[in-house]
Design a protein around this ligand. Structure first.
Ligand code: UDP
Ligand code: MG
Length: 328
């Protein structure tokens, strides 16, 4: 725990079209934070919402200056909104939390307790996932399984972005310049002293999830590609095995031809082989493409996000965070 910062706890919340949740969120959050008797700030990142989220947030900022607002220039996606929030948080510990109340604010107390015991990262592990379809649960399970095969970094299961991060960890994360921000993985990658507390994930309060299966698929692919090169490497082995099998089959064919003469029928086997190998080649090319696309994205060196305006940050903060904005 560092005491150099006057703010002890920063809560970071990404908002994308969350208007109906805002009042209730702050009601519950402020009750919890006030009962803890700590100095806090709430950094709200408006991720290009199309509804009245921004005005609602500004209204809350005027009522309570501890609520600060960063308005991004457009929708950048949750992961990047979260990074923007981390960049603007100055607390000795930072807690990212979802705006839809799926992460109970009451758990913040337990997270802080563990932090005070000396842990740098305290993640909240979901004991149950209420309000999620079995398909979502099944795919989530499959994702964690593939992830644990694909990457050498153990990814804690059933954890979202709801966790407490010590300043040390936040500063470390800021030095990670990559654009593909798979936060779940990055949080683990940084290491430090980690522990977890259990909680029951409740259904979203109002509104609907911003995820669909296509987005989830892309998220999963992004996660695997940015944390593992195994998918890239397996093709040498697939190629080796296939060539070996092809060699054996060639021997069989040669022997057959020598013994029984030329065997004309074989349309089916030729077609199957050609199609199968064509498919395999396209898959391997596609996977190389996934990596190449990311190399391209990274090499462009564009800023991670752009801020349109901020509310509640002091002038001095503004210059430093603006500098940060351009170099992230
Ligand atoms: N979110 C965001 N930008 C986006 C999509 C989502 O900032 O492009 C925020 C959203 O407002 C919420 C959090 O990310 O606070 C989690 O989103 P959601 O509830 O849709 O995800 P789920 O809980 O279903 O994983
Ligand atoms: Mg949610």
């Amino acid at each position: 725990m560092t005491n150099s910062s006057p703010i002890e706890i920063s809560i970071v919340i990404p908002f994308y079209n969350e208007e109906p949740n805002i009042d209730y969120l702050f009601e519950r959050l402020l009750t919890v934070l006030d009962s803890l008797e700590i100095s806090y700030e709430i950094v709200c990142v408006n991720d290009g919402s199309r509804d009245n989220t921004l005005n609602h947030l500004i209204k809350h900022h005027h009522q309570n200056p501890a609520i600060k607002v960063v308005n991004l220039s457009r929708n950048f996606g949750k992961e990047i909104a979260l990074s923007a929030g981390l960049d603007h948080a100055y607390g000795a510990a930072v807690i990212p939390i979802d705006a839809d109340l799926q992460d109970p604010p009451e758990l913040i107390k337990n997270l802080i307790e563990k932090w005070r015991e000396g842990y740098d990262v305290v993640y909240a592990t979901r004991q149950s996932r209420q309000g999620e379809s079995w398909v979502k649960r099944l795919t989530a399970n499959a994702f964690y399984r593939v992830m644990s095969f694909a990457t050498p970094i153990p990814m804690p299961r059933n954890t979202g972005d709801f966790r407490l991060l010590d300043r040390r960890v936040v500063d470390a994360l800021k030095h990670v310049p990559e654009r593909t921000r798979f936060m779940k993985g990055l949080f683990t990658w940084v290491g430090f002293k980690q522990t977890s507390v259990m909680f029951d994930r409740t259904p979203r309060y109002k509104g609907s999830t911003k995820w669909n299966y296509w987005k989830l698929w892309n998220f999963a692919v992004g996660g695997i590609v940015s944390f593992s090169v195994r998918p890239l490497k397996i093709w040498s082995y697939v190629g080796l095995i296939l060539s070996f099998l092809a060699f054996l089959y060639a021997l069989v064919l040669i022997l057959q031809t020598v013994i029984h003469g030329v065997d004309i029928p074989g349309y089916a086997s030729v077609m199957v082989t050609v199609l199968f190998l064509g498919g395999i080649q396209l898959i391997s090319l596609g996977i190389i493409g996934e990596y190449l696309a990311r190399v391209y994205e990274e090499s462009k060196g564009r800023p991670l996000y752009l801020v349109r305006e901020k509310y509640g940050f002091k002038e001095i903060d503004e210059t430093t965070s603006r500098e940060r904005t351009t170099c992230v």
